[in-house]
Design a protein. Sequence first.
Length: 321
Amino acid sequence: MSFFAILLALVLEQARPLPAVNVIYTTVERWVAWVARTLDAGVRHQAWITWGMTVIGPALVAMAVHWSLELSLGWLAAVFWNVALLYITLGFRQFSHHFTAIREALENGEENKARELLAEWQQTQVGQIPRSEIVRHVIEYSMIAAHRHVFGVFFWYAALSIIGLGPVGAVVYRLTELANRRWQQPSPDGSVTSEALQSVASKAWQTMDWLPSRMTALGFAIVGSFEDAMDGWRNHAQNFPEDNDGVILAATAGAINIRLGGAPLKASSEEGPSVEKAGSSSTPGRPPEVAHFAQVVGLVWRTVIMWLVLVALLTMANLMG
């Protein structure tokens, strides 16, 4: 059932993507903000309760609906419920329009427009960073977004649905990422979550993303240059063992032989692209060019197909068993 749900959700998301602003996303974000505003007391044990209500509560509801549909209407109804949740939580079209717009601007020689689009995407100032830095940042943000919106959801959904927990994995992963992202910054009304809740959300996200990030990196290595990807992964892990995003970028750089890493975007805009911050380093490889965008797209889609084939084989084995 996992394979069919994932495949149908991806096809549906490509054909009819949800708009960036829609009632579902707005409702979920309001839920995350309301729970924090209501329960955040600034102490660690209360912070875990707040996080649990925000993330685990909706996941349990999703699982209860899944089991109810399967018991009352049959497995096909449960599949459609899973497809609906995956359609909301998984998909390229939640971020790919940024990638496509910046790519087209650079291909047309409109570097100022590309900088404006990158600044709008990341909600920050980018200054007059050079063309190669625009390309680098777009590739880095796109690969992290592909992981968080596709491969991370893919992994936890498939892993937990195999043991009968339905769509719990997809819901928990997506809400964990959203809660961490929203609670690290002020809400629209100006309120700020406590340091305890921010710390708990960060720890939960770090733990939840540890294994998926490494499975994503492994996928890139398998469908790309395996030896270079694994070497980049190993070197990065030795210097920054807790950096999940860095593992993905190091594997990406090795898989297609491109130089990634270095100054983060805010540092690039404020201090110049040559400045490097603690916790960041450049990988070996060729300087980023617009032509590398096609290689990045190919790497991502080959990885998607590889994992789909694996899930299909596991589904067939489960049906035959």
